[in-house]
Ligand binder design. Structure first.
Ligand code: ADP
Ligand code: MG
Length: 260
């Protein structure tokens, strides 16, 4: 059980939010709160509504019913740009502009907001150190980076304005297991050190449990269960929870490996 919290303790909340695309309810009557300074993970199969839920929080989608709360007050259309400046958002493939260098990508929004070039450069170097990205790479184009380096840059770009909140949509989904494992550890460390509110989407249960004790399992736009992995195991709220857990196979013993 989540402890009771006031709306104003939460970076974001949803109250009975529905967002439909034609006959599909991508998000269906969802009520959730995301407490400040904590990491929460949205998990569920592809198509369960995770990305739409994130997009609703920053006004990239708008509810058909219900409301989104931002810092305890209903999100209004004329506040969306201000909200986005307080939220770093990373999409699955990183969403870097291919025609801009790393430095260009990092500086785009700050320059638009009137930062002096020296300040942009200083912040870029600060974040390169934080994300363990060699400063030489700031002059490269995204196509000249490895997948892991691109994801580091996407995260750095989301952190440029030092937003209190990060929304991360499968930020490690495209990486090979070794790179992914290393970045998981670094990211968890960075989130803890910076004290950010983080809402992360993943379809990988082990990754979800690694980042947070608070997992929100979605299916067909609904929240099936909101709790820890231990809660899911001990008291599954729906038969699908057990099915979802069972689908995450552990490595077999050598003896039990598939033959051939
Ligand atoms: P997830 O991120 O969990 O994979 P999504 O939020 O992307 O799920 O999608 C949830 C459902 O909403 C899916 O059935 C998807 O096809 C549908 N959907 C999402 N965005 C759109 C859109 N812009 N137009 C039509 N259908 C959409
Ligand atoms: Mg998605």
């Amino acid at each position: 059980m989540m402890p009771a919290s006031k709306d104003s303790d939460n970076a974001f909340g949803l109250q009975g939010v529905t967002r439909a695309f034609g006959p599909v309810r991508a998000v269906d009557a969802v009520s959730l709160a995301f407490p400040r300074g904590r990491t929460s993970v949205l998990i569920g199969s592809s198509g369960s509504g995770k990305s739409t839920l994130l997009r609703l929080l920053i006004g990239l989608e708008w509810p058909d019913a219900g409301q989104v709360l931002c810092d305890g007050t209903p999100l209004q259309r004329d506040e969306v740009l201000a909200v986005r400046r307080r939220v770093g958002y990373v999409i699955q493939d990183g969403g870097l502009f291919p025609h801009l260098t790393v430095a260009g990508n990092l500086g785009l929004l700050p320059r638009h907001l009137g930062w002096k070039p020296a300040r942009v450069v200083e912040r870029a170097h600060e974040l390169a150190a934080l994300a363990h990205l060699h400063a030489d790479l700031l002059a490269r184009f995204p196509a000249e980076l490895s997948g892991g380096q691109r994801q580091r840059v996407a995260l750095m770009r989301a952190l440029m304005l030092d937003p209190p909140t990060l929304l991360l949509d499968e930020p490690l989904g495209a990486l090979d297991p070794l790179v992914r494992h290393g970045l998981q550890e670094e990211l968890r460390d960075i989130f803890a050190r910076l004290g950010k509110t983080v809402i992360m989407v993943t379809h990988d249960l082990a990754e979800a449990a690694f980042f947070s004790r608070r997992l929100v399992l979605m299916r067909r736009g609904r929240v099936l269960q909101d709790g820890s992995l231990a809660d899911f195991r001990r008291t599954p709220a729906d038969p699908f929870v057990r099915e979802f857990l069972a689908a995450h196979r552990n490595l077999p013993d050598a003896d039990a490996c598939a033959a051939g």
